[in-house]
Design a protein around this ligand. Structure first.
Ligand code: XMP
Length: 319
């Protein structure tokens, strides 16, 4: 009979068999998926694994430091912290089409991994924490016509020229199973319980053109929203929560002055696997308090809305 412990053993066996005495680099995003993949592969092949955490300039507030710290504190896995924000933000300048954003980010991730792989002798493999829903969603929407909804940055195969083979040990798993595997591997609970964060990061929470100014504002608003959720003890009930900064400025009044600042949308959903989702039924009191805090604490935002779209017909992310 099937247990997560036997899944783990089998996965480790397969990784060893595939990799042999070669080296693997693993893209670490800070999410549960890539963290579980990294720890699993580390169990299998030890120091033949090097992790690369790419800061693409599209991370949440303090995200990069937090992830690298948690890995350095808990694991002895060789880890490169690559700051590539100028590269990514430069390439995204003036880009507002969601698919162009996604493809640009996906291409740059590959370039960056290739660069680091070329510095590691014998690195033949790239590991990713791709899950089953990533695999099917990038091909077709469940039950619907076979069209691409979103190009996931981490699916779709690598260009031949990259010369790296893929290791994707979570490809058959759903999110709840990945969390279970993470527990089996002894990852800290605080890490296992983290909300998913998409590879393209804040780029897809900033519809329209991405600017450093908007990202800065978005990070602050998002941090307030998550703080509110934690303070009210709701974090674990919610699948994912974030702020999107809207590409529109609205007129407001603060003190005795006129403001003309960005509007933002709060998004929080419940879900089992990310394939379908319902908006989270916050109380009006919570929403009011959160909007007040964001508008008071975050310069650059003067209006706050709550997104009550379910998936389908919406998607969880705005792009
Ligand atoms: P959507 O927006 O399609 O998102 O309803 C479903 C789940 O997938 C996450 N997501 C991504 N994760 N790379 C990722 O690693 C991506 O390109 C990507 N796009 C969406 C999203 O955050 C949600 O959990």
């Amino acid at each position: 009979d099937w247990t997560m412990a036997s899944y783990k053993d089998e996965a480790i066996r397969k990784i060893r068999e595939t990799v042999g005495d070669r080296r693997v680099i693993c893209g670490l995003s800070g999410g549960v998926d890539s963290s579980v993949a990294a720890v699993l592969i580390h169990e299998a092949i030890g120091d033949q694994l090097t992790c690369v955490f790419v800061d693409h300039g599209l991370l949440r507030l303090n995200e990069g430091e937090d992830v690298v710290k948690m890995f350095r504190d808990n694991y002895n896995i060789p880890l490169i912290h690559a700051n590539e924000s100028d590269l990514f933000l430069g390439a995204l300048e003036g880009v507002s089409d969601p698919e162009v954003k996604r493809k640009t980010i996906g291409r740059l991730f590959i370039d960056v991994f290739q660069k680091y792989a070329s510095q590691i002798d014998g690195a033949d493999f790239l590991a990713q924490g791709t899950l089953y829903p990533d695999v099917i969603e990038s091909v077709s929407f469940s039950g619907g016509p076979s069209v691409t909804i979103k190009s996931h940055h981490n699916v779709g195969g690598l260009p031949e020229k990259m010369g790296l083979k893929l290791v994707e040990p979570l490809r058959e798993l759903f999110k709840d199973e990945v969390r279970e595997l993470g527990r089996e591997l002894g990852l800290p609970e605080s890490f296992i319980g983290r909300h998913p964060f998409p590879g393209p990061g804040l780029a897809i929470r900033c519809p329209g053109e991405i600017t450093r100014e908007k990202l800065e504002i978005l990070r602050k608003a998002d941090a307030v929203f998550i703080d509110q959720i934690r303070k009210h003890g709701l974090y674990d009930e919610i699948w994912q929560a974030f702020v999107a900064i809207l590409p529109v400025r609205t007129v407001g009044v603060m003190g005795d002055g006129r403001t003309y600042d960005f509007a933002c949308a709060l998004r929080a959903v419940t879900s089992v696997d990310g394939m379908t989702a319902d908006y989270y039924p916050f109380t009006h009191e919570f929403l009011g308090e959160t909007a007040t805090r964001i508008i008071n604490e975050v310069k650059g935002i003067n209006r706050c809305t709550y997104d009550i779209t379910s998936k389908p017909p919406g998607t969880i992310e705005w792009e």
